[in-house]
Design a protein around this ligand. Sequence first.
Ligand code: GLA
Length: 391
Amino acid sequence: MGQDSHLLTTRQLFGTHWNLGDPDDLLSVPGRINLIGEHVDYHDLPVLPMAIQRRITIAFRARQDATLRAISQSYKESWFELTAASEPSPNGDWTNYLKAAAQAARMRWALRRGLDAYITSDLPPAAGLSSSSSLLAGMTLAMLKVNGAQATISELMEVLPEAEHFVGTRGGGMDHAAVLASEAGCALLVHFNPIELSSLPIPPDWAFLVAHSLTTAEKSGPVRAQYNARRAAGTNALQMLGLESYRAALRNYSSEELTSAAARLPKQEQRAFLHVVTEAARVENALATLRLADIGAFGHLLTASHASLRDRLQVSNSSLDELVRIALEAGAAGARLTGAGFGGCAIVLCRMPERDRVRAELEKRFYSKHADFDPERQLFFAEPSGGALHV
Ligand code: GLA
């Protein structure tokens, strides 16, 4: 479905459900894939995500009071007073994402007016495509809108990653930057602290296939502890080595020096540390190869990133590994898991003329074994799309 028909459907669903006439406004926030730079954003190292055409759409209308009411196609109706946004709902309840947005809006911009919203999405949830950060970003933008307020990307970036901690994941800022600020046709290079964004065009003959592993990674569920543990191991490693930050370490020491220093660390910390410093180098190289449109070299870096996530950080699973293996055997230039891992999607980079063959091979060798496979939602080509601030 194209973006226009999404907007239309969401507008209609708003009207039917709330029986309040037309919404005041609609907005849409894309999902994202991350091309490279995985599990490094929370250590303030640069990442290279890209917004995609799959998105969440929100139809909304201002209320006169301070209540937020929302419903989505997949989740039951939810409502709360903005003043109660700081009290979390039970773990796993989608209301926590709405509360995170409301809390951010109240604390940062002192927004007081509530809204009614209807939310639709063609982004598979818990798939590593940032559906939760897109919802958080979208609801925050809707809150700003109904209160007649505006925020810059830097202000949003100060608030949204922090707000996500409300749902329990100590994530970084990659997803929010990507879904807000990506430009159509481009990947977004994100530097943190301070935030700096630049758009890098994706060569027109590169195709990114998004392949769902048919295993999910629910951020508010068990994955949360696993994710937070990877972050903690990386941070503990720095402290144990007496290093101030990964940025300082990479500036002051060669990769050989860092690798030999890592030998002094306990296993978990050592693995996390080596993943982070090697991934940082891969991002650097990936930027150079993207600028040269060297698909072979870029693809190798993607595959090497997957190996590091699988063997060092240990955030892959057998389905993601199998998808990557089949894609490479079918002639893809590179493949890796994208996002936090523990399930969710792999991305597969192909030369345009080979993309249908690689896709067919994945269908034959992986998806044909799964009766519940949905080819429309679970295996699709990512189009480099504009973020919510550019739509
Ligand atoms: C999740 C987080 C991001 C990032 C990735 C791993 O998507 O939300 O901030 O840490 O995992 O790269």
